[in-house]
Structures are given as structure tokens and as C-alpha cells.
Design a protein around this ligand. Structure first.
Ligand code: CP
Ligand code: NVA
Length: 301
């Protein structure tokens, strides 16, 4: 494993190795054990979209590992003025030991990896959000003890989160049901590949999709970059909400997850957020541990 560009690139054992290391780092970190595994290394963190969790967890994570994180605002780099990705990749590879990038196009992340010579980590694109799903899977295992035979239902937009959840769940043998409006399905090519596992179902009936789910997941109706579609999306997605009515169809001990930020009253109710705050904020915390594991795997050298 040289990069983390999308979860589909990882084998089941590569994902499990990351999660095992994430659990170990978390446990030892809580005991006060220091891991200066990336002493002297620099992670460049390019952000062309907003972030709370990704920025803070990566910057803290690399610091805890003995390295340093360099925040690079995409608009303040020459990249924002049109310097090509392929040149940026070659220049930054001469200074840094790894790059985390949050941007719009998946192809920009792939090009950084293609033209650069250091590990590239995808911190979210319009297509996927692999770091988030690694933390989600770590959380699922903490609460459910394993993966095989579980059912995860995602309610809402067939966006970057839905795509990465499908890729990650299918790899680990989790059944995944996507409840979304017909016109807002996840990526077609990805779902066609995932469907071959027999683990994926997609439909617009939330009650049917959520039935007997062990994990229910949701995300915003309008992702970053879709601000102009907000009003239209509010109409289309009305009803695609994780609320007490729909959770009755899921298993009694259902775990509710949300990548955050949440829009209470839209994709999730305040009551459900608060009732499931324990797992949702464990999930947010696990961003730190899962990403530290990713950085160790990629940047240790
Ligand atoms: N979930 C997530 O990636 O959060 P941020 O947008 O705050 O980084
Ligand atoms: N789908 C959301 C996820 C945010 C973490 C977005 O892309 O804005």
C-alpha cells in the first residue's frame, strides 16, 4: 500500500491491518504511551474545502507521532492560481514526506499520486472519503465486536460518504443498504462492481432498507461544493431523515453514525443525535486514531 486514494484500492487484510494498528495506538495513547514513529517527518495538508475534524485530527495525529503537519490552503497555493497538479506534486515531493489532500476532483488526488513520489492520502473528494470510513469501521467493530453478517443502512444522498461506505463494507463482508432518491444514487460504476458481492442493495423506501440494520448512517443532503443546489435538495431529500420512526425498523441495539457536521432537523433529528451521541463522538475521535495508523503505514518508510 503506497497511498490511500480510495478504499476500493485496499484489500480486506490491508483494511484490517490499519484498524488493528488504530486500536493499538488508541489504547496505548490513552495509557500515556508516546509513539514518535514519524519523528522529523512533515505531512503537507492541502485543503481546498472547509474542515474541522480532518484538519485537527491530522495535525494532532502527525504531532503525536513526532512529526509536523503543514496546513496549506488550496487557494493560497499557486495551485489555486492554476499551477498544474503534476508540477505541484513534483515540487512538494521534494520537501515533504506525505500529503493529505481535501479537494473536489478525485482525479486531482490520483494525479498527485501519479506525478509525486511520496504517499498521498485522500482527505475527501466529491467521489469519496476513505479516512472517514476507516474511523467508521473502527467504531463499528468497537460496538459490534466484528463485521461479518452485519447490516449497515445509509440514509440520504448517494455522495462521497455513500461511495466509501459501500467500498469499505463490501470488502469486510458487511451487508450495505442505501436508502436514497432514485436520482441521487451512489456512483454507478462503483455500485456495479460492489453488487457482484451480493452484499449491496439500493432503494428509495427507507423503512425497507433500514429493516434489521445493525448500523444506521447518514450525512448531509448538500455536500460541500453543492451550495447552489441546497434549496432543491431540501425538497428532494425531505423525509430522508434518520428519526425515531425509522429507527424502529432497525435492530434494537442499533448503532447510529454520522460523519459530521450534522444538520439537525434535516438528515437527522436532534433527539436521535443526542440519544446516539456516545457512538457518534467516538466515531469522530476515531478519525485521529485511524489516520495515525494510515500515516504510520504509509510514511514510516
Ligand atoms: N467528517 C469530516 O470529514 O469532517 P470535517 O469536514 O470537519 O473534516
Ligand atoms: N458529504 C459531506 C461530507 C463531509 C464530511 C461533504 O462532502 O461535504
Amino acid at each position: 500500500m503506497k497511498h490511500l486514494l480510495k478504499l476500493e484500492d485496499l484489500t480486506e487484510s490491508e483494511i484490517l491491518e490499519i484498524l488493528d494498528l488504530a486500536d493499538k495506538l488508541k489504547k496505548e495513547n490513552k495509557k500515556g504511551i508516546k509513539h514518535r514513529i514519524l519523528e522529523g517527518k512533515t505531512l503537507g495538508m492541502i485543503f481546498s474545502k472547509a474542515s474541522t475534524r480532518t484538519r485537527v485530527s491530522f495535525e494532532t495525529g502527525i504531532y503525536q507521532l513526532g512529526g509536523i503537519g503543514l496546513f496549506l490552503n488550496g487557494n493560497e497555493l499557486q495551485l489555486g492560481r492554476g499551477e498544474p497538479i503534476k508540477d505541484t506534486a513534483r515540487v512538494l515531493s521534494r520537501y515533504l514526506d506525505g500529503i493529505m489532500i481535501r479537494t473536489f476532483k478525485q482525479s486531482d488526488v490520483e494525479d498527485l499520486a501519479k506525478y509525486g513520489s511520496i504517499p498521498i492520502i485522500n482527505g475527501l473528494t466529491d467521489y469519496c472519503h476513505p479516512c472517514q470510513v476507516l474511523a467508521d469501521l473502527q467504531t463499528v467493530r468497537e460496538y459490534k465486536g466484528g463485521f461479518k453478517g452485519l447490516k449497515l443502512c445509509y440514509v440520504g444522498d448517494g455522495n462521497n460518504m455513500a461511495n466509501s461506505l459501500i467500498a469499505g463494507c463490501v470488502r469486510l463482508g458487511i451487508r450495505v443498504a442505501i436508502a436514497c432518491p432514485d436520482k441521487y444514487r451512489p456512483d454507478k460504476a462503483l455500485t456495479e462492481r460492489a453488487a457482484k458481492s451480493g452484499l449491496l442493495s439500493i432503494g428509495s423506501d427507507i423503512g425497507e432498507m433500514i429493516k434489521d440494520a445493525d448500523v444506521v448512517y447518514t450525512d448531509v443532503w448538500a455536500s460541500m461544493g453543492m451550495e447552489a443546489e441546497k434549496a432543491e435538495r431540501e425538497k428532494v431529500f425531505k423525509g430522508y431523515q434518520v428519526n425515531e420512526k425509522y429507527l424502529k425498523y432497525a435492530k434494537k441495539d442499533v448503532v447510529v453514525l454520522h460523519c459530521l457536521p450534522a444538520h439537525r432537523g434535516e438528515e437527522i433529528t436532534d433527539a436521535v443525535m443526542e440519544a446516539h451521541a456516545a457512538e457518534i463522538f467516538d466515531e469522530a475521535e476515531n478519525r485521529l486514531h485511524a489516520q495515525k495508523a494510515v500515516m504510520v503505514k504509509l510514511m514510516k518508510g
